[in-house]
Design a protein around this ligand. Structure first.
Ligand code: FES
Length: 108
């Protein structure tokens, strides 16, 4: 397993995800109640970028049609989203956020 560095923890605001481009992919890195979550930036419903969305408790709201996803699982929690978004387990080391980009997708 090769960990990919995304950003520093202190770069991620509490209410607004951070767009991170790394190794040819784009991620939305979010913070909720002090925990870090990493999702694919692309909404599964349409053109919305989740990094431009809003953290609402344990959910991330897409800015395009205000659909929502569970930050932990990527499962859709509010319409019009119906397909889960890819998530990765965040590893925090010395204030830096890493993922394993090859981590298997969680079952929906
Ligand atoms: S594009 Fe994200 S909810 Fe429609």
């Amino acid at each position: 397993m090769t960990l990919l560095r995304l950003c520093r923890v202190d770069e991620v605001a509490d209410d607004a995800p951070l767009r991170v481009e790394a190794a040819g992919a784009v991620y939305a890195v979010a913070k909720s109640a002090g925990a870090i979550f990493v999702l694919a930036d692309q909404c599964t419903h349409g053109p919305g970028k989740l990094s431009e969305g809003t953290v609402l408790g344990s959910e991330l709201e897409c800015p395009f049609h205000q659909g929502r996803f569970d930050l932990r699982t990527g499962n859709p929690t509010y319409p019009p989203c119906t397909e889960m978004v890819r998530t990765w387990t965040a590893t925090v080391k010395a204030g830096e956020i890493f993922i394993d980009p090859d981590e298997p997708a969680k079952p929906g």
